[in-house]
Design a protein around this ligand. Structure first.
Ligand code: N01
Length: 528
């Protein structure tokens, strides 16, 4: 909105929420916090904002990130063009007027030349398909739709279903409050301690005085994140795990475990491409789980074995594994005793029924495509997004789709998005989009749309890049595997944030290669 206004465009933002904040508005579960350091998970577009805002912790919690989103909305006077509590139900392109008609659940219609889907990758929460789910008579919560007034679990018997990033953050906090907590785990996860702590002037100062250089470097990294700043490696150890001795490998893993956070996966340069290297990191984390969790059977159940580390989103925690040493916490291994049904009183597995006062579903999202496909989007020549993506998302650069002129996606499937620092990727897409719109206005161009062949080639490239990694070996939400019937394909682009930015910039520099640009007088000026 801020950048569109600066271009001189009139813009309106529609959001179903009652306030700004997106993911950080909805995901208010206990323990919710970002697992990218806040000095990096923050906007870079305003130097003043960057210098004046101070984070209180290394990894800010959800309330602080939401306060930041509100601060940004106020500071840049954004609210007057944001319409809240409005769900977009449809977006139809009119081939005569060459404009989008956007319909909402309030019965309104908006007409716009451009439509930007900034709908997020993890914004459609998913409840599990378990028999009897609606028969349960206690309180139920989904981590992605947490009540704003909070939940007091004091004295209650609580169940958590799921052990992904959200559960791993919530479980230690709920365990401290509840009388008893039972965790129902289908697939164990690899998790690294965050080593979160208060922000100190010694840490914040060098970041603020060196922000430009560090942000510029982060934009060239695979994940858009710097893992260290002491030397020019920026925390990425550019050697194979196979090229060092076992002792040296152990030392490096220990060092990263002690520092905490996602830097662990940058310990060697081939952890996501070489199975033998990956095994060494996976085994290191399993050894830490066994060291931490006192009950050997529980420890073993918490050890992931059947997918490479990092190929489901790596989790970052505060005292997650330690929580299983508490007397009021019990793990149920659903691989041994699967859930048969949710009953009016609780959960029934093959081992019997347990009653609960509350069930927390930490069961994830219909990721990357779910929200876009919930909107009735129709473009030219009868193209409907739901049909077009029935066998999996197809995009050009994760930015646009053939047949949907002037409809942009922010961090769409086929871009690095969820494999990166989302703020870095969001800013890159906004920069590219604003550049494209400025180019169009300067040259009297009315519509931009990818060529079908460019979209096909990009899809093949995204797929090939995914298959050069170990990511395709896990039944993850990256692969669409958590939603029954969803096509299995690796949806984000693994080429890396830096490489991808260069590809997008090159496309623009070559006159928007792969796109058809149409002037007002309908003359195609498509780049060759
Ligand atoms: O969701 P998930 P999430 N019976 O899909 C289980 C981001 N995030 O909300 O693996 C039993 O990862 C499912 O089991 P399985 C981050 O990108 C970021 O935790 O399918 N269990 C799994 O354990 C993350 O990856 C932060 O076998 C069932 C869990 O539910 C993404 O959001 C914090 C089940 C779902 O895990 C999603 O994380 C939090 C069933 N029927 C989240 N169905 C940051 O810090 C599902 N499960 C930035």
């Amino acid at each position: 909105l801020h950048r569109l206004r600066a271009l001189g465009l009139a813009a309106r933002v529609l959001d179903v929420a009652s306030d700004v904040g997106g993911a950080w508005y909805w995901n208010r579960y206990p323990g919710a916090r970002c697992d990218v350091e806040s000095v990096q998970y923050s906007f870079s577009f305003s130097k003043e904002l960057q210098q004046t805002w101070s984070w209180s912790e290394r990894f800010a919690g959800q309330p602080e990130i939401l306060a930041y989103a509100n601060h940004v909305a106020d500071r840049f006077d954004l609210r007057r063009d944001i319409q809240l509590e409005t769900r977009v139900t449809a977006a139809h392109f009119d081939e005569q007027t060459r404009r989008w008609t956007i319909s909402t659940d309030r019965g309104e219609q908006f007409s716009a030349q451009f439509c930007v889907m900034a709908t997020g990758c993890l914004s459609t929460a998913k409840l599990p398909e378990i028999t009897g789910r609606d028969s349960y008579q206690g309180a139920t919560y989904h981590t992605g739709y947490w009540p704003h007034e909070g939940v007091d679990f004091t004295g209650l018997k609580v169940a958590v279903i799921g052990t992904g990033s959200s559960a791993i953050q919530a479980i230690p906090v709920i365990a401290e409050q509840a009388a008893h907590l039972t965790v129902f785990q289908r697939t164990p996860n690899y998790s690294i301690p965050s080593r979160n702590g208060p922000m100190t002037p010694d840490y914040e100062g060098p970041w603020k005085s060196d922000y430009e250089r560090r942000r510029a470097k982060a934009r060239t990294m695979r994940t858009g994140i710097l893992y260290g700043v002491e030397d020019e490696t920026w925390g990425l150890n550019n050697v194979s795990a196979m090229d060092v001795s076992p002792d040296e490998r152990q030392r490096i893993y220990e060092e990263r475990w002690t520092v905490g956070g996602t830097a662990f996966m940058a310990a060697f340069n081939d952890l996501i491409t070489n199975e033998a290297s990956n095994d060494t990191a996976a085994e290191f984390v399993r050894s830490k789980i066994r060291e931490t969790v006192k009950d050997p059977e529980t420890a073993e159940a918490l050890c992931p074995h059947d997918y490479p580390i990092g190929t489901k989103r790596i989790c970052i925690d505060t005292d997650y594994f330690e929580t299983y040493n508490r007397p009021n916490v019990k793990l149920v291994d659903l691989r041994k005793t699967p859930i048969e049904a949710i009953t009016p009183k609780g959960v029934r597995t093959t081992a019997g029924e347990q009653a609960f006062d509350a069930i927390v579903y930490a069961t994830g999202f219909d990721a990357m495509t779910g929200t876009l496909m919930s909107i009735d989007i129709r473009g030219c020549d009868g193209v409907e997004l739901r049909e077009k993506w029935a066998a999996g998302p197809q995009t050009y650069l994760g930015l646009m789709c053939a047949g949907l002129p002037n409809l942009f996606m922010i961090t769409g499937p086929g871009s690095p998005s969820v494999l990166s620092n989302m703020i870095v990727s969001i800013e890159q897409h906004v920069d590219w989009l604003v550049g494209a719109l400025a180019h169009m206005r300067a040259n009297g161009i009315e519509t931009i749309e990818p060529r079908a062949d460019a979209e096909v080639s990009w899809g093949q490239h995204v797929n090939e890049a995914g298959h050069r990694t170990l990511y395709v070996k896990a039944a993850s939400w990256y692969m669409g595997a958590n939603v029954p019937g969803k096509p299995r394909m690796f949806m984000p682009y693994i080429g890396g944030v830096g490489v991808y930015r260069q590809e997008c910039d090159d496309v623009a520099a070559k006159g928007y290669e792969g796109f058809v640009l149409t002037r007002r007088d309908e003359r195609a000026v498509a780049a060759e």
